[in-house]
Design a protein around this ligand. Sequence first.
Ligand code: PLP
Length: 401
Amino acid sequence: MIIMFEQLETAPPDPILGIGEAFKKDPNPNKINLSIGVYCDENGKTPVLKSVKKAEERILASEKTKNYVNPNSGTAEYCAAVQELLFGGGHEILASKRSVTAHTPGGTGALRVSGDFISFLKPGATVWLSDPTWPNHPGIFQASGLNVANYPYYDAGSRKLDFMPMLEALKKVPAGDFVVLHGCCHNPTGMDPTVNEWNAIAEVAAKQGWAPLFDFAYQGLADGVREDARGLSQFLAGGLEVYICSSFSKNFGLYNERVGALTLVADSESSAQKALSHLKRTIRTNYSNPPAHGSNIVTTILNDAALRKEWDGEVKGMRDRIAGMRQAFVNTLKAKGVAQDFSFLTTQKGMFSFSGLNKAHVDTLKEKYGVYIVGSGRINVAGMTPGNMDALCDAICKVLT
Ligand SMILES: Cc1ncc(COP(=O)(O)O)c(C=O)c1O
């Protein structure tokens, strides 16, 4: 037998999942986890949505088979529901059928299938990522054999979107390259472009001939399910091939069910169908068939008026709780006499914010106070609760003074 594992260097832990593992091992009863991007309710728990439970009850009662999903790119009902969520009912794209959707295991699965598809379409292509971005992005596209490059996104000094440098950089991206855009709730900064800024980016994409790839992992958690697609809608007028990676981990709370989708917008129905044939092939040689339970839940909820209404309300509840915690965090730090102004947090959207805390702050918060934050200073606001706010702000106050 040839011994090969022994010569391996141990791989570094994932920067975010590694923190989660360390948090689990920490015996401190008052520990606070603001690292991994998971929604928590006011009790610090990640709940199963009520609409999800009801859909599951219906599925349990009516399900007659565990046969493979057919076709392996997802059922027609699921794919139609995803497209309705992205484009809105009655959109021209739905009537012209110039869009296709493939059901993937989570948003990560959608990103990887898109990477493999791009690699087939244009071997060695370059995918442009915002600086900063979700730390998994470079690894996913590199694993597909693609090159990655960065465009400016965030100005740490002013704590604002670095819009003009971003636009100038996007004007230089060559035709045929790919640009990843966060649909809303930019991870990790929480800063999204305005509608006018989205419009300007879409104009540059059309003029330059690069393809936008939307990572849409938080639809509904910024301003509303439809409102959050405002950026995407600027790119749909025609002439552009658009990639959209949806995740239903956060907005449906279906993290461990692994449910997502890759939607491609093409210039015609026939181009879209050709692309779909390759997505099916990519899926077949990767995981062959998607996991069905999560997509059955999403389909059941989106296709039932009462469940859809209940889900809309639950997404609003998550959105409002996060916004409330942003405000409470800023107020509590101020009340504790922290000189630094954290009010920028209230203008950011979604679960994440760049707190401005540096590596030394992050290390001390973990070691002395059991507060876990990503090394970049990114905090998951959804990990804050009325119960941990005081202790959290006390700890931050101490490391800052
Ligand atoms: C920006 C971004 N994209 C994609 C994902 C992947 O989500 P999923 O868990 O559905 O694979 C995440 C999850 O944290 C994310 O933050």
